[in-house]
Design a protein around this ligand. Structure first.
Ligand code: SF4
Length: 362
């Protein structure tokens, strides 16, 4: 197939759903890792088309949702400083920190600007040599290459007024953390196609082997997701646990090696805090020592911040597949997109936002 419309063809999707119904003989719980996949599932009503024995739970693959509260609070503190231009993806502006969000900082005079990439922030730094320009470098493996490239570019340009507030997260350690938990319900994974387009899937066979869990690399269109579920169910029913690539039009085993090399040039692995989940070993990237002068936490005094999370928000349990947004007592009552208590209700990839937007009440 060549055209997007073919991946949204209702008859083709129904044919795959029928095949899933013929294949399945017992209940299975499958996690789609990526928030973009969660939104597609809700938008196209795929859950309603699936047999009742397939339960989809939603994973931690929303970069805005898992950015730690401490890091949001650091962003608020830096953005409030005079002489700072704080740049960020638009989704981050409404994410609640311990006391307010980046919009509220902007409303009180902070210079907070929405950009589409860290390379836009470089341009702003060049145009404003008398200001410190900070980019909020959040995200998974997909955004890391451009952020690494911005550091290399700043270095080559000799830019001294540019830095990153880094909060990168990596998918494979999160899969280990979810599967290694005694409370895990996940029996199969739909892996995030965008992340795999950069990183390939050479890290996944050892995960599938260790936890006896099939993993299917899956895209984002309805037919992609239906096929990903079918391949995962086939394996679960057969008792196998291999890695299959159902997104071969985009993903290769090796991934984008030059992009991986750029990441490795600038970043190194580190333990990373995930909002609502906690610290996961080796699940983040931080700037290497040779680039530490581009680290905003070294440039500004924000080390002593103590975050305070909403006691109502259960987003951490949702992001681990333990609960669904409708299980949250605040869902659609105290917590709405207009008045969010947690990041999963704000982000365009958040599970709570997906349920709310597409009218899910169960
Ligand atoms: S509905 Fe709101 S409070 Fe509840 S888990 Fe989602 S973001 Fe948190």
């Amino acid at each position: 197939m060549k055209y997007l419309s073919e991946y949204r063809d209702a008859q083709l999707v129904r044919a795959v759903m029928d095949e899933i119904s013929r294949t399945i003989h017992q209940p299975w719980v499958i996690m789609e890792i990526c928030g973009g996949q969660t939104h597609s599932i809700m938008k196209y009503g795929l859950e309603q088309l699936l047999p009742a024995d397939v339960e989809l739970v939603h994973g931690p693959g929303c970069p805005v949702c898992v950015t730690s509260l401490e890091m949001i609070d650091k962003a608020l503190a830096i953005a409030s400083l005079p002489n700072v231009i704080f740049t960020s993806y638009g989704d981050m502006l409404r994410v609640p920190g311990s006391s307010g969000d980046l919009f509220s900082v902007r409303a009180t005079g902070g210079d907070v600007r929405v950009v589409y990439s860290s390379l836009d922030a470089i341009k702003i730094a060049q145009e404003n040599p008398d200001k410190q320009v900070v980019f909020f470098a959040i995200g998974f493996e997909t955004t890391a290459p451009a952020n690494a490239m911005s550091v290399i570019q700043a270095h080559n340009l000799g830019l001294e007024n540019f830095s990153l507030l880094v909060s990168h997260v990596r998918v494979p350690p999160a899969m280990h953390a979810i599967l290694g938990s005694p409370s895990s319900r996940v029996q199969g994974f739909l892996a995030a196609g965008h992340v795999c387009s950069v990183m390939g899937f050479w890290e996944y066979p050892s995960i599938a082997e260790k936890y006896n869990v099939p993993i299917t690399i899956t895209g984002f269109e309805p037919l992609d997701i239906a096929q990903g579920i079918l391949l995962t169910i086939r394996q679960l029913e057969n008792g196998s646990h291999a890695v299959e690539n159902a997104y071969a039009r985009v993903v290769t085993f090796d991934g984008n090696r030059p992009a991986q090399k750029t990441i490795r040039q600038v970043f190194e692995d580190c333990a990373q805090a995930w909002r609502g989940i906690g610290m996961i070993p080796l699940s983040g990237w931080r700037l290497k020592d040779e680039f530490s002068n581009y680290d905003a936490t070294n440039r500004f005094q924000v080390q002593s911040i103590k975050p305070s999370e909403s006691q109502l928000c259960i987003a951490g349990q949702i992001l681990q597949g333990l609960k669904k947004p409708v299980n949250c007592p605040a869902y659609a009552t105290q917590c709405t997109p207009e008045h969010p208590l947690g990041a999963t209700m704000v982000s365009s990839e958040g599970a709570c936002a997906a349920y709310y937007r597409y009218g899910r009440s169960q």
